[in-house]
Design a protein around this ligand. Structure first.
Ligand code: GDP
Ligand code: GDP
Length: 434
């Protein structure tokens, strides 16, 4: 199932980021945090009543472009475009303001489900103020206090009522991929370069309920679909240049893709934001190919490729399994290496290792390098089985799961990669008590 998306909107200081943190809690957001900047995290996943969903704090999406004066308006537009449900926050202490009314109008027009929460309703007196907010003409206002934690459950109950039961669009027998990366790394150029050569583009089809557009095409007897986000194209560069918004768009493309092409700008080199974007693909368990684009702009000799590869490996340690391709979307150089690589990665993501072969490898690995005892206790591995694909997930039955240390897991992962390849795909290993 595809996770629904909830966006928090409201004027500055109503408590959006406090509410966001309260709902996401300590759970790790899929966008890695930069320490010290609370607002750096605008995107998180959580669940309520077994319903998983994404939460976006639109207050963290800020304009860099002076031409775009209306920041709140932009945030509300993004919420309307991205979210299945909108959590509209107002402030019990300040009452209804003109900005609240303006936001309410926009939301009404959008026809999206809106949950209206009156935050900072810290006491009985303030809770009474919810009645003023009926004038906004939205749903029944729900009092809450993000600071004290009251009313949060009621708000979440209301939100999950509106979360749609969204199914991922399934393309049987086709390999789906998307292209992600910072603004201007060359995503659209690369998509065009891949499609430019003699590819039979079937036709653009509606991706999901969101206005995504997917491009299916056939090449050398195999079928592919490029997962793209039309909203981005429709809005054009100004929106895309809002860094956080572009990260957010990447999430919805990644969710629907088998393989993710993660682009780095060879002209500018690796930037911090690249790490946010790449981490998304890894966390979602997708196949990943690192594409070093704009190779034509790089001054190079025979060592350059190795040196850059080394640097990439250092910067993206968690993507050690991802192959690296050096291309130029502009000149088309080596773009033709990508589709075969995508096939290879897709095959690895969906590979099933027969149980007996898997156990042979695990047992050999164990014999060669037995787990070290911890506090006099010895980990015993009895049996392994691959329980799913995309990403390949291995269940290992042991005497005591707590004894199964990260470093040993890493060791076994490396042995599995040596034996079976698994190029470009994360592998998940879970220990279970037998
Ligand atoms: P944002 O700009 O909408 O994201 O608002 P923030 O989350 O940054 O909150 C603005 C201020 O309101 C901060 O000082 C918060 O501590 C405070 N605040 C947030 N929620 C509550 C609440 O429920 N009650 C009270 N009294 N203050 C709150
Ligand atoms: P996007 O924002 O990631 O979709 O990037 P675009 O595809 O719009 O490309 C941004 C800019 O980089 C454009 O001016 C492209 O012409 C340029 N560009 C893209 N790929 C290459 C490349 O391989 N080499 C060079 N020199 N420029 C490129």
């Amino acid at each position: 199932m595809m996770k629904g998306t909830v966006a928090v909107v409201g004027r500055p200081n109503v408590g959006k980021s406090t509410v966001f943190n309260r709902i996401i809690g300590e759970r790790k957001s899929i966008v890695d945090d930069t320490p010290g900047v609370t607002r750096d995290r605008i995107y998180g996943q959580t669940e309520w009543l077994t319903q998983p969903f994404y939460l976006i704090d639109t207050g963290g999406i800020q304009l860099e472009d002076q031409a775009f004066a209306d920041e709140i308006g932009m945030q509300v537009d993004i919420a309307i475009e991205e979210a299945d449900v909108i959590l509209f926050l107002v402030n019990a202490i300040e009452g209804v303001t003109d900005d609240d009314i303006a936001i309410a109008r926009k939301l009404q027009k959008s026809k999206k489900p809106v949950v209206l929460a009156v935050n900072k309703a810290d006491n009985e007196n303030l809770r009474m103020s919810i009645y003023d907010f009926y004038t906004l003409g939205l749903s029944d206002p729900i009092p809450m206090s993000a600071e004290h934690g009251t009313g949060v459950a009621e708000v979440l109950d209301e939100i999950v009522k509106y979360l749609p039961d969204k199914k991922l669009k399934v393309y049987d027998g086709m390999t789906t991929f998307c292209v992600i990366g910072r603004p201007n790394v060359g995503k659209s150029s690369l998509v065009n370069a891949i499609l430019k050569e003699d590819r039979a583009i079937v036709s653009n089809v509606e991706g999901t309920t969101r206005d995504a557009v997917d491009t299916p095409f056939r090449y050398e007897g195999r079928d592919y679909v490029i997962i793209d986000t039309a909203g981005m194209r429709k809005r054009g560069k100004v929106w895309e240049n809002i860094e956080k918004y572009s990260v957010l768009r990447a999430v919805s493309a990644i969710e629907r893709a088998d393989v993710v092409l993660f682009l780095i700008d060879g002209e500018k080199g690796i930037r911090d934001q690249d790490k946010h974007v790449a981490g998304l693909a890894h966390d979602e368990g997708k196949g990943v190919i690192i594409v070093y684009n704009k190779w034509d702009t790089v001054e190079k000799d025979e060592r350059t490729m190795n040196e850059i590869s080394k640097k990439i490996r250092e910067e993206f340690k968690y993507l050690s399994y991802a192959p690296i391709a050096f291309v130029s979307a502009k000149t088309g150089a080596r773009v033709n290496t990508l589709l075969p690589l995508i096939d290879q990665v897709h095959d690895a993501c969906t590979m099933r290792v027969p149980t007996n072969v898997l156990n042979d490898v695990i047992m050999d690995a164990q014999m060669m390098n037995p787990p070290k005892p911890h506090n006099g206790k010895q980990l015993r591995i009895y049996y392994a089985s691959q329980v799913s694909v995309s990403p390949p997930t291995i269940l290992i039955f042991v005497n005591e799961p707590e004894l199964f240390h990260f470093s040993y897991k890493r060791y076994l992962e490396n042995k599995l990669r040596e034996a079976f390849g698994f190029i470009g795909t994360p592998i998940r290993i879970h220990a279970r008590k037998r």
